[in-house]
Write a protein that binds this ligand. Sequence first.
Ligand code: ADP
Ligand code: MG
Length: 320
Amino acid sequence: MGLGEFEVIRRYFARANTRSDVLLGVGDDAAVLCVPSDRRLVVTVDAIIEGVHFPNDTSAEDIGYRALAVNLSDLAAMGAQPAWFTLALSLPQAHEAWLQGFARGLFDLAAQHHIELVGGDTVRGPLVITVQAMGLTEADRWLTRSGAKPGDAIYVSGNPGEAAAGLHIMQNSLPETAASRWLVQRFLRPSPRIALGRVLRLLANAAMDISDGLLIDLEKLCAASHCGATVELHSLPHSSSMHDTFDAATCERLALSGGDDYELLFTVPPQHEVEFSRLAVDPPCHRIGRITSGSGVRCTRDAKEVAIDVRGFDHFAGEP
Ligand code: ADP
Ligand code: MG
């Protein structure tokens, strides 16, 4: 490495404490954190690998942002409030410009959610960024995938499919328009839905974040909850950026099976639906179907069942 490991840590990752619950942060053999007695610790880890989870020409700033964003999204899906994270960084070389950009993207998002870097590891190797994020919930309230019940309404936040549309635009160098720029940003800079998760912990029966695709992830939620689901295709949110760029059939396929959105998929029981619909949540959420008894996900159009191959679209194949 150009810089030694110690210099990399000192220059880019050792920052002043911003949280009083960090008793010991970066610099010692381990961090010491204070969990209030009425809170529970929620822990998640995700690695992102160059060429697998982001294209090789992704900017350092976007990589730094994304590494933390995908983990914050998991905390959002649990209804947790972000608190601390650790960072294991495997780098081919220590380029200062790259590290500066990476740290900028990472700490920009960290500041937005008041989450503090408390330790990590820095090694030489292929570009792999592993973030472990920790959050806090009230002692008896967190969200799971397994709580959905027949009769629950199924909701999704934002516009699923936009991230996969953005990745396709990048990989195929489609012309730059206002719509295509927006879609690329949805891929590069997913918005972890922390505030929405905090609201949902009081109203939803089940929640998860969408990383692999709406239908595949809904199947996972149904399997965990031992129930089935019906999705009404006409109820899918309409993204004008997607419709400006792709035909209607492609938009629908992207919405159903495109990955990387990091939106929340959740179910609301009938007794909470009115209260939920009155809340002005950000981003807007759309009701797309109902949880049923049985198993598996069915799609309907005008109440008639239609066959959809949920794995029919592979965004890495580059052909929507
Ligand atoms: P050790 O030899 O005890 O494993 P290291 O030399 O790996 O410690 O790390 C020294 C300190 O720097 C530790 O507090 C560790 O948590 C922190 N650290 C190392 N790499 C990073 C990183 N990429 N981001 C944040 N903290 C880091
Ligand atoms: Mg040590």
